[in-house]
Every structure is written in C-alpha cells, then in structure tokens.
Design a protein around this ligand. Structure first.
Ligand code: HPA
Length: 246
C-alpha cells in the first residue's frame, strides 16, 4: 500500500494515537502548506497528518493554499489521501452526526488556484475527473467502517461552496435541485489537485448540521462543532481500522 496522509478539517486538528516522530516544515514551489506536516507512526504504519485550516484553525476555506498542501504531501511520497471534512446535510438521509463517503462533486467555488500547471500548461495536463474520488480508497473507508460496526452512507454528491459564510436558503434549494447531498467549503480544488498528481483521494464527510433552510433557526458554529466532535470520534475509529488494513 502506498504512503497515506490524512488531511484533517474542522474538529480534527490532531490525531490521537499518532506517535509523532517529526514535525516537518516544508516549502513548495506554490508556497507554504497550512502548517508543518506531522510525520508519525500509527500502529506501526507511517502516516502523515496535515490540519487543513492550520494548527489553530486560522485559515479560512477560500484562503487555504490547496496547491501547497497537496504538493507538500506529494513531495513526501504520499500516494493516498483521506480528507476529513465537516459538511452541511442536504439530503434527507444525511442526518447530522452520521458520516458519508461521497462519490461525486459539484464545484461552486471561484477564484481558487485550480491547477499546478496554470503557468506551464500543455494539452496533456487536462485530467479525467469523471469520478473525482478514488474508488479503492472509498471502499477501504467503507470496509473499515463496517468492521467497526459504524453506519456510513455510501455515496452522495459533495457540493463545494466558496465560504467562509454559510449558504443562503435559495443556494441550498438550488444545490438540492442539482443533486447535492451535502455542502462543504474545502472539497475543491483539493480533490482535483490530488488527481493532477495521481494521488488516490477520498473524503470521509461528517454531517455537522442541516444546511440553510432545512431547519428553523440560525446555524451556529457552536452547534456545528459539537456535532462534528461526536462524528470525528467515529472517523478516528475508521482511520484506526483502515491503517491496520494497509
Ligand atoms: N455549509 C458549508 N460548509 C459547512 C456547513 C454548511 O452548512 N456545515 C459544515 N461545513
């Protein structure tokens, strides 16, 4: 199995059980990643952990240097990335608190650097992105969840929004009509950049809240963080199992 990295999102800024061997500062031709790479050993397997929003969650989704993050992991020889992401639920069965492994993406973001090859583009740099997530890695996440007795929704379209604000009710209505099952702010261009470098990439999404207009009241970060904290415990169990399977 290829070297594995985990990109942690809201609620997953560290990984219990990761025996950190080195905190590695790296630079890339695209600038600095969100933080030091935590290079460690998880039950005898080498794993690299990177908190997407920085160690103290200070980098908003539209300011993340996605290119530097993915390039930095590539430089370390990473061949598989599991992205952990908090999302809003749009589809009825995606009840807050549960996990899902999406299988499709619609990208509503704008103004983000989309490619490593923007400045030296050639025709062969167009990637196939019909199936944005790596199916083998998706299956490993699902199998690990099953072995841990955890219910995880298999599939669903991840709608990537710009943030950092949450969506309007009309935006979520449109996304539901488009077929989105969940909404998050960081799924793109992370997934396509990984594909540009041939890194297998899959997302383990934690449903944090009903998206705008799907419940009464204001969506608060406090509620989101509380739900995510519970969900992330399950993510950790899945990662634990998955790393053993490697
Ligand atoms: N929208 C976008 N991103 C999110 C949400 C949401 O409702 N919840 C957690 N991340």
């Amino acid at each position: 199995m290829g070297k594995l990295a985990i990109i942690g999102g809201t609620g997953l800024t560290s990984l219990d059980g990761l025996n950190i061997i080195e905190q590695r500062k790296v630079e890339t031709p695209f600038g600095l990643p969100s933080g030091d790479l935590l290079v460690g050993d998880f039950h005898g397997n080498a794993v690299i952990f990177l908190p997407r929003h920085g160690e103290h969650h200070t980098i908003p989704p539209h300011r993340i240097n996605y290119r530097a993050n993915i390039w930095a992991l590539h430089q370390q020889g990473v061949e598989q990335i599991i992205a952990v992401a908090a999302v809003g639920s749009i589809r009825d069965d995606m009840v807050p608190g549960i996990l899902a492994v999406p299988d499709q993406i619609i990208d509503y973001t704008y103004g983000r650097e989309q490619s490593f090859y923007s400045d030296d583009f050639t025709a062969d740099k167009h990637i196939d992105f019909s199936y944005p997530y790596d199916q083998d890695l998706r299956e490993k996440i699902l199998l690990s969840a099953e072995r841990q007795g955890l219910a995880v929704v298999d599939s669903g379209t991840y709608g990537a929004t710009q943030g950092p604000r949450l969506e309007t009710v009309a935006e979520i209505k449109r996304m539901a009509q488009d077929g989105c099952a969940m909404v998050g702010m960081t799924g793109m261009p992370e997934a396509s950049l990984a594909r540009e470098l041939n890194i297998a990439y899959a997302t383990c999404a934690v449903m944090a809240n009903w998206a705008a207009g799907l419940t009464d009241g204001v969506i608060t970060m406090t509620d989101i963080e509380r739900t995510v904290t519970e969900g992330v415990e399950q993510v950790k169990q899945i990662l634990d199992e998955l790393i053993r399977l490697q």
